[in-house]
Structure formats: structure tokens, C-alpha cells
Design a protein around this ligand. Structure first.
Ligand code: TYD
Length: 135
């Protein structure tokens, strides 16, 4: 897996004077079937989340409110994605190291994945991650 497979997906946007609406649904807008969603909120200033890779789990990350940076690393290069629009979904395939930081006040990170929660999916040590991708 490499950063080449990471994609910033442009979600549908239904513009309306009463307020805009965006959505995504299985098979049409994101490259996997959704099994679980979770969200990160009330992040104190200066905190970061993540700092791991998943062995076999894909996700999309959306800034439903506010902004934050998703920093991705494939063991060779690093790339930072600043998310600040609720109609962009960052697709992160399996085996990509990631952390999220620079959360704005009241930001809301929404994440959809293709697997239920399983602690065994996590690689939490960057050196172990690099070893695994080189095997
Ligand atoms: P973790 O994925 O480590 O958070 P982050 O990557 O955002 O820093 O999860 C933090 C805790 O929450 C951990 O104890 C596991 C638990 N958790 C669940 O029980 N279910 C979930 O769907 C998620 C994402 C986490």
C-alpha cells in the first residue's frame, strides 16, 4: 500500500437556499461497504489522535465541522491533508500510518470504515509498521 492509493473524494453536494446537503452511500461514492462509523469531537487544543496503521481496514475521514490535518505516511513519504469542508472524504486504505492533529475549536471528525472495531487491527509502533511493510 502507498500514498498513491489515498484519494480525496468529492461527495455529492445538494445546494439549497434552505441549507446544503451532502451524503455518501455504499458502493456509489466510497470504495467499500460501510460496517462502522465513529466520530471524534471535543478535542482539546494541541491534542492529536491516531498514531497507528490498520492491518486490514479501510476508512474515509470527513471534517463534518471545523478543520484538522490528517497526516499520512506509507513508510517512504508523508503527506498532510487539511480537511475543512464537509463534502470531501479522505479515503485511507489499509496499512497506511496516520495521525490527526491541528483540530480547530468545535471540529468534528467523522469516520466510516469497512470493519467492526477490533483492537487486533492496530499497529501502534511506527518501527513495527515499517518492518511489516518491508516484509
Ligand atoms: P483509537 O482508535 O485508539 O483512537 P484514535 O485513533 O482516534 O486516537 O480508539 C480510542 C479508544 O476507543 C480505544 O480504547 C478503543 C476505543 N474504540 C472503540 O471501542 N470503538 C471504536 O470504534 C473506536 C474507533 C475506538
Amino acid at each position: 500500500m502507498s500514498l498513491q492509493q489515498v484519494k480525496l473524494l468529492d461527495l455529492p453536494k445538494i445546494l439549497d437556499e434552505r441549507g446544503n446537503l451532502s451524503f455518501f452511500q455504499n458502493e456509489d461514492h466510497i470504495p467499500f461497504n460501510i460496517k462502522r462509523v465513529y466520530w471524534i469531537y471535543d478535542v482539546p487544543g494541541g491534542e492529536h489522535r491516531g498514531g497507528h496503521a490498520y492491518k486490514d481496514l479501510q476508512e474515509v475521514i470527513i471534517a463534518l465541522s471545523g478543520s484538522f490535518d490528517v497526516v499520512l505516511n506509507d513508510g517512504k513519504e508523508e503527506r498532510k491533508f487539511t480537511l475543512n469542508r464537509s463534502y470531501y472524504a479522505l479515503y485511507v486504505p489499509k496499512m497506511i500510518w496516520r495521525h490527526i492533529d491541528n483540530f480547530s475549536t468545535n471540529s468534528l471528525a467523522f469516520i466510516a470504515t469497512d470493519k467492526n472495531y477490533d483492537g487486533e487491527q492496530y499497529i501502534r509502533n511506527f518501527e513495527s509498521y515499517k518492518q511489516m511493510i518491508n516484509e
